[in-house]
Design a protein around this ligand. Structure first.
Ligand SMILES: O=P(O)(O)OC[C@H]1O[C@H](OP(=O)(O)OP(=O)(O)O)[C@H](O)[C@@H]1O
Ligand SMILES: O=c1cc[nH]c(=O)[nH]1
Ligand SMILES: [Mg+2]
Length: 217
């Protein structure tokens, strides 16, 4: 399984991730959502280099131009709710893609222990398509695993791109075990070392869903 950490190379991407993390900037929820969206745009550009293309002759006002254009059937899928602005970033570039949505939330049994619950899925057929699963945070990796299992009920994709912003080392190791190694590529903007006792990424950025959309009760 290929793990690609785009944050390891200096680029403007790292400015956007820095602003997501920064306690003095992340309270501006409009900027927070827009930074997630911008990172989605950058990741989709990078992923677009890894899909299939075909030659198409385009008629211009002055002649014909042979262009290589994508011919892959791409499905962008997102784990609600923090994934929504990230999804929009992908859709800004993969504007011909189909779309899928899965809900996942942590249902706490007590202060520290929780199960992930999937209650909603809306997805096209996925058989032989390129599936991009987007979620800005990979903490334990459980939401990604369960969302992927739910999406598999819609057919076996040809290739899976897991796209995230901040992943923990633990989640990367978990995903290596629970996703098909021969046809999954993981794209992240940062990999952090630790999880705290609530399974939040440290240093991470806090609760992405709450920062984007407000605290839930
Ligand atoms: O890797 P995991 O340990 O499963 O944690 C990561 C999940 O946590 C966040 O969602 P959250 O459950 O906070 O829901 P929200 O988007 O509604 O805030 C995030 O968007 C992931 O889906
Ligand atoms: O660090 C984390 C872990 C789960 N969900 C988040 O939004 N942040
Ligand atoms: Mg959350």
């Amino acid at each position: 399984m290929e793990i690609i950490n785009l944050g390891a190379t200096n680029s403007i991407l790292n400015q956007f991730v820095a602003e997501l993390r920064d306690v003095t900037i992340q309270t501006d929820s409009l900027r927070f959502r827009r930074n997630i969206e911008r990172i989605g745009e950058i990741l989709s550009y990078e992923i677009s280099k890894h899909i299939a293309y075909q030659k198409k002759t385009i008629q211009t006002p002055l002649g014909n131009a042979d262009m290589m254009v994508p011919n892959s059937r791409v499905v962008i899928s997102t784990i609600l709710r923090a994934g929504l602005p990230f999804h929009q970033g992908f859709l800004n570039y993969f504007d011909h893609a189909e779309n899928a949505f899965v809900s996942a939330y942590r249902k706490y049994k007590d202060r520290l222990n929780f199960d992930i619950h999937i209650e909603y899925i809306a997805s096209p057929r996925l058989k032989d398509k390129i599936l991009i699963i987007t979620d800005p945070m990979l903490a334990t990796g459980s939401s990604m695993e369960l969302a992927f299992q739910a999406l598999l009920t819609k057919g076996e994709p040809e290739h899976i791109h897991v796209a995230s912003i901040i992943a923990s080392k633990q989640a990367i190791n978990y995903i290596k075990e629970c996703m098909p190694a021969d046809k999954t590529t993981v794209w992240v903007a940062a990999i952090d070392d630790q999880l705290d006792e609530h399974s939040y990424i440290v240093p991470g950025l806090g609760d992405a869903g709450d920062l984007a959309f407000g605290i839930k009760e």
